[in-house]
Write a protein that binds this ligand. Sequence first.
Ligand code: HOZ
Length: 432
Amino acid sequence: MNFQVSESLFEKAKKLIPGGVNSPVRAFRAVGGHPVFIKRAKGAYLYDEDGNEFIDLINSWGPMILGHAHPHIEEAILEALSSSPSFGAPTRREVEIAELICGMIPSIEKVRMVNSGTEATMSAIRVARGFTGKDKFIKIEGCYHGHGDSFLIAAGSGAMTFGTPDSPGVTAGTARDTLIAPFNNLQAIEEIIETNKDQIAAIILEPVVGNMGCVIPQPGYLAGLRKLCDQNNVILIFDEVMTGFRLSPGGAQQLYGVTPDMTTLGKIIGGGLPVGAYGGKKEIMDSVSPVGPVYQAGTLSGNPLAIAAGLAMLRLLNKNQEIYGQLNQQTTALVEGIRAQCQEKGLNYTINHVGSMFTLFFTDQPVVDFESAKTSDTKAFASYFQSMLRHGIYLAPSQFEAMFVSTAINEPIIERILQASKKALQNVIVPL
Ligand code: HOZ
């Protein structure tokens, strides 16, 4: 495979853009080499500037759940475009998408559209604080909620990849109000609540974590959080930016049967365009301006193009709910194939898998939280990643990210991925 054009673009990009990229994980620093510059994509495939073809297992970190350049979504964007891409005024589609979101995720009684997952989580925390009159909140170690100041403490995703889970630039005052607990550990939450009596506005977490790799809630964990929040007057916020409309039509909350007070959404609800949303109980959401005093606004919020794309995506998902079973089956076939290969090679590995999200960790331990995720051999992952790339499979370029499967990944494509994986695992050595 030739990567000449990508390499020269990256050299130029580094002079103009910090690290040559507009989001750190894309720089491939965790896996070495140069990032691949993508030109176009269709269905299951990405095509780079050098003309290489890759099977895509990131799918824009989630939203391309129906594969790339889906004709219905394209059509919706083009139709909206011909009526002007922005008004800064209310539109019919915003009412329609709000109705659809509230219908598919019943814990959301009212919803506010924003422009990214980061905006959604920043706003949700502000609302939780405004509504409860309390300042502190609990964040789970290794969960990533975008790059808002108060979330860049023990953060996952790129912050974990680059070893900077606590970012410089976040003031000590901000950091003081963010209390950290490990994932899957109810006792830690109880202790924090006890030592900060009546000071905690909210607990925010990814109900299935996608940002320290895929990490799954243990039985009773989410229900236990719900109970603790009820007992202590704390708002439970599920960050479903990755899991919303991906793990089931109603997200992780539907899958696990636990109802949060607030939910943050992103990615899928823009059908690939930049959108986020936060919502929840009516009484909480009515504290948002102009009904209530908590201020949050945005000219591009509810942008016609983004909402048209999101609406088309959500309508497709709502109408074709059988795709969730199919996605689970496809991903299971892929995961079980990789598992068999790891076993055959006698590797130390753990695969975490829910629905159409999964991560292969190169570790001998179960991965249940930040500490156990960090036991992974990142060099082994880098070697696997590079080999997969050269065999035409595009994985997330870090051990601490999830893979996202789309409906376009059919049986023959799974077979191709497994053939590549078998070769890639030949060179992976994870010492016992
Ligand atoms: N932080 C994102 C996923 N965990 C990656 C964003 C990107 O590079 O697009």
